[in-house]
Design a protein around this ligand. Structure first.
Ligand SMILES: Cc1cc2nc3c(=O)[nH]c(=O)nc-3n(C[C@H](O)[C@H](O)[C@H](O)COP(=O)(O)OP(=O)(O)OC[C@H]3O[C@@H](n4cnc5c(N)ncnc54)[C@H](O)[C@@H]3O)c2cc1C
Ligand SMILES: NC(=O)c1ccc[n+]([C@@H]2O[C@H](COP(=O)([O-])OP(=O)(O)OC[C@H]3O[C@@H](n4cnc5c(N)ncnc54)[C@H](OP(=O)(O)O)[C@@H]3O)[C@@H](O)[C@H]2O)c1
Length: 293
């Protein structure tokens, strides 16, 4: 497939020597097919071969960020734009992860340049177990980071609609982590209005990239309001919802276990058993972005 004998030699070695293949892949910074063709400039491939070799594009999951009662004919999404740089050699020039070829995630990048008339192929899947409870008296603790606020926005709209119909609505407390007020605190105004209207009882936000260089994650907010969290979650038999990245979710679970130990004056084993009771009673709900269902 290449007219160049040096390229042919390297490609033959890469196809038979596993270690060399892995090293090269690493050195090129996980190149895409297009990046590889940029490196081996004399390779000629047919469109049929490329299509045959490409994996089928798998669907991406997005948590619906609106309430069907409030927006009957619309679906809102909250999407974090994924970006990366491919290091290696591009057009013969050596690059690093910092100045390499810039790319967007396939689906979030597509959303970015989408036009109003574009058609999105999609299917809707119910996320079993991630809905507000039917009983309106239970306090609700919502915990999330980044685009993890997506499903909570649907909850806020539902509560708002209930309030406008004079129906009783749960008391919601939000713990949220994002980078900076001007980078990704996109729902600041909506949250302020929800606080004012009483839909939200309180909002605790942690910023991880502030001017003073102080990194705060949502776990820190939970710790600083640990008695409130314990009272609502355990004593008042509330519901806990966690949404966002896997690392955040792991950190939050550890924090919740610490909070139960401190305020329940108990051991880690007992705290784990208490969290398990929450799960068994359908009072603990997760929507984690790393795990496709
Ligand atoms: C249940 C569930 C709910 C979700 N809900 C949401 C939501 O509400 N909002 C939201 O924003 N996301 C959500 N996600 C994540 C979402 O599904 C996508 O995974 C995310 O948007 C990335 O998709 P993409 O096509 O843009 O990126 P992809 O193209 O799939 O890329 C994934 C990552 O790999 C990097 N990458 C790709 N190619 C290379 C390369 N050659 N070298 C180096 N890095 C590379 C990309 O930069 C990116 O970081 C959810 C996921 C799940 C499982
Ligand atoms: N939304 C954006 O503006 C943006 C910008 C750039 C890239 N992206 C990409 O889009 C994807 C999803 O973005 P996202 O903003 O939804 O989520 P995210 O990247 O997971 O970050 C959201 C917030 O969570 C913080 N965080 C990181 N690790 C954490 C942990 N272990 N525990 C608690 N909090 C943690 C982040 O802080 P840190 O400052 O430490 O990251 C940030 O403040 C990521 O892959 C990201 O690379 C998004």
């Amino acid at each position: 497939m290449t007219s160049d004998s040096a390229e042919k030699q390297i490609l033959q070695r890469l196809s038979t020597e596993q270690d060399l293949y892995k090293e090269t892949l690493h050195a090129l910074g996980n190149p895409s097919v297009c990046d590889v063709l940029d490196v081996f400039v004399n390779v000629e491939v047919t469109a049929e071969l490329i299509i045959e070799k490409f994996p089928i594009i798998r669907p991406r999951y997005y948590s619906v960020s609106s309430c069907p009662l409030t927006y009957a004919n619309e679906i809102h999404l909250t999407v974090a734009l994924q970006q990366h740089f491919t290091s290696g050699k591009v057009n013969g020039v050596k690059t690093t992860a910092k100045n390499g070829k810039h790319s967007y995630g396939l689906c979030s990048g597509w959303f970015r340049k989408m036009k109003a008339e574009d058609v999105v192929p999609l299917s809707i899947k119910r996320c079993e177990g991630f809905h507000l409870p039917s009983e309106s008296f239970a306090p609700i603790i919502l915990i999330g980071n980044g685009a993890g606020i997506a499903p909570f926005r649907g909850f806020f709209q539902l509560q708002q609609t209930k309030a406008s119909l004079k129906e009783k609505a749960n008391r919601l407390t939000l713990f949220y982590g994002c980078r900076h007020p001007s980078i990704d605190y996109v729902y600041e105004n909506e949250l302020r209005a929800l606080l004012q209207s009483g839909v939200l009882e309180s909002v605790h936000v942690a910023f991880s990239q502030t001017e003073n260089g102080r990194k705060r994650y949502v776990q820190k907010e939970l710790r600083e309001h640990s008695l409130t969290v314990y009272t609502k979650m355990i004593e008042q038999r509330g519901h806990v919802y966690i949404c966002g990245g896997t690392n955040m979710a792991r950190g939050v679970i550890t924090t919740l276990l610490d909070i139960i130990q401190i305020h329940g004056c108990t051991t880690l084993a007992n705290a784990e058993a208490m969290l398990q009771i929450l799960k068994d009673e359908d009072r603990y709900h997760e929507d984690i972005f790393g795990v496709a269902r």
